[in-house]
Design a protein around this ligand. Structure first.
Ligand code: TNX
Length: 542
């Protein structure tokens, strides 16, 4: 009797442990295809396990893998480009026959762990998923084992972005690197930097030094490195580009024109619209004043800026803003712009946006850059029916205004523009994550975007992927008016960016709020362990 009871208790405990160990428990974003191998055993790590990888081409992924194994298992594995050993290996294999730049296959069996992909980025993603498997299967990991599994995974979107806004409040470069350290682990591959706005110009431009001398220092005596003052040198940005590229993150600079340009107009007053000629600007404020469309110097300065940015950012993509231009109170009241309008035979001042971007886009083409612009429709409140501006087809648009994304999808499908989705209702991470949560200042009555609300984001809007081929991805935006430093930026980002990462990566059929909530905890812990600020979503506690 006694033995029987002990046996039953033992069995119960054992089954409890079996249930607690779950290889899928920390996967984020959820891979698109997983095959669990029944009774196929496990890979056992030991001091003789060897990492086989081309360390020249796969340097970063290999270092990350060694680091992860050392952190989790305390084993310091040897790495070699080839091996006679046919088992007890972790092999990273570049395989050009695999379709898709970010497509990886991760196979775990008793003999070996194999990660295959056609690019260093794909292999890196396999290494990240491997680490999440080990995080989830805590019991096996504690025994230096990994249960057999196959993951065959690639993203639904090629553009998976977050955006930081160091223009409103400057974010020193070290903090931006730490930000990239987290975002790449959730397979984000683009970081947009909003480098100019009314409140600051944050990138060194050698041909126009006043941009930073005057435009990067809005508050005298308030320090050189944020929140009010500061800029990135070109050398710092080139270093950041490399740092990000190792982690498969492409940097996209944004220079916001022709609105949101007070810092630029403080540095070079001759570029202002004539009606703002004598205005005393306060760079702390958003004043809705614009560059002139009629002054040739404007296009010369922007050409120089674009040329220098093309040299810093090898990804050759630039965002040129185009949002919230107060055309009616600027160009439509300005003698020089009205004269230009007449000369061009335009009937509305808004048409000057086509002229303005026609000129600026000839510079981006000249320097081999692809341009992105914020999508503005003819009515910023619904209903909206058409593009306000007739931009050329090689421009990618970003939909952002609350409720207007389905309309933008419909219009770009007809027009042929590529589209990135940053809908205010899901992806605006400057908005509070819960009622009465931050931001505690500069909150103009922002709507609340809860974690669950972000998770609800369906980037297909219920359509078949084949019917929305113009949609290339999604972006979460951290507008910075109420974000004084990188800690706050992180607090606003996490965990909502986990939800958005899954929207960008995982097919809708594979997504599930209950499963996401289960997988949140180990990931919030991982972000905290890295010393990164994150909001605890206490509203989800039962
Ligand atoms: C609108 S989104 C803006 C930004 C602000 C943001 C605040 C967009 C293209 N323009 O300038 O920072 O709202 O949420």
């Amino acid at each position: 009797m006694k033995t029987k009871t002990l046996f039953l208790v033992g069995l119960l405990l054992f089954s409890g442990l079996v249930r607690a160990q779950n290889q899928l428990a920390a996967l984020m974003p959820m891979p698109n295809h997983i095959q669990l191998a029944k009774n196929a055993g496990a890979f056992k790590f030991n001091t003789q396990t060897i990492i086989v990888a081309d360390t020249l081409k796969l340097g970063f992924a290999t270092r990350l893998l060694r680091q992860n194994i050392s952190n989790r298992l305390g084993l310091h594995l040897k790495t070699s480009p080839s091996s006679k050993q046919s088992n007890n290996t972790i092999r990273l294999v570049l395989d050009a026959t695999l379709q898709g730049k970010e497509h990886y296959v991760l196979q775990v069996n008793q003999k070996e762990i194999l990660i295959k992909g056609a690019s260093a980025a794909a292999i890196l993603y396999g290494v990240i998923t491997l680490d999440q498997l080990m995080e989830g299967d805590a019991l096996a990991t504690s025994q230096k084992a990994l249960t057999a599994i196959t993951v065959d995974d690639e993203p639904i979107s090629s553009f998976r972005a977050l955006m930081l806004d160091p223009a409103r409040n400057f974010l020193p470069i070290e903090g931006v690197k730490r930000y990239i350290d987290q975002m790449y682990k959730y397979k984000y591959n683009v970081l947009q930097l909003h480098l100019s706005d009314d409140q600051g110009w944050r990138v060194e431009i050698k041909s126009h030094p006043k941009l930073t001398e005057l435009g990067a220092f809005r508050r005298k005596g308030a320090g050189a490195q944020g929140p009010h003052n500061g800029f990135y040198t070109q050398a710092e940005l080139k270093d950041l580009v490399k740092y990000a590229a190792d982690r498969n993150v492409q940097l996209v600079p944004e220079i916001d024109v022709p609105g949101h340009t007070v810092a630029l107009m403080v540095a070079y007053p001759q570029l202002r619209c004539d009606i703002a000629k004598d205005e005393q600007f306060d760079m702390e404020k958003t004043t809705n004043k614009m560059l002139s469309a009629a002054k040739p110097e404007v296009y010369q300065v922007l050409d120089d800026v674009i040329r220098e940015l093309a040299d810093i950012f090898p990804s050759k993509t630039i965002h040129l803003g185009g949002d919230e231009s107060a055309i009616e109170s600027n160009w439509a009241k300005s003698p020089e712009n009205l004269a230009l309008m007449q000369q061009l035979g335009y009937t509305q001042a808004a048409e000057l946006m086509n002229y303005f971007f026609g000129k600026v886009l000839s510079s981006t083409r000249k320097y081999g850059l692809k341009a992105i612009l914020w999508c503005e429709l003819d009515n910023i409140r619904m209903p909206a029916s058409r593009y306000l501006f007739d931009y050329p087809k090689d421009v990618t648009l970003v939909t952002w205004r609350y409720g207007l994304t389905p309309k933008c999808m419909e219009l770009t499908k007809a027009s042929g523009h590529q589209l990135i989705l940053a809908p205010g209702e899901y992806a605006y991470f400057d908005y509070p994550q819960y009622k009465n949560d931050f931001p505690e200042f500069n909150n103009w009555g922002m709507p609340t975007t809860t974690l669950e609300q972000t998770y609800k984001f369906d980037p297909t809007y219920g359509q078949k992927p084949a019917d929305i081929k113009q949609v290339i991805g999604v972006m979460g935006t951290l507008w910075g008016e109420a974000i004084p430093d990188i800690n706050r930026a992180n607090y606003m980002t996490w965990p909502r960016a986990l939800a958005l990462a899954e929207a960008a990566w995982t097919r809708m059929e594979q997504r599930n709020w209950a499963s996401f909530k289960d997988r949140l905890y180990p990931n919030i812990m991982a972000i905290m362990k890295a010393g990164t600020a994150v909001r605890a979503p206490f509203e989800l506690a039962p």
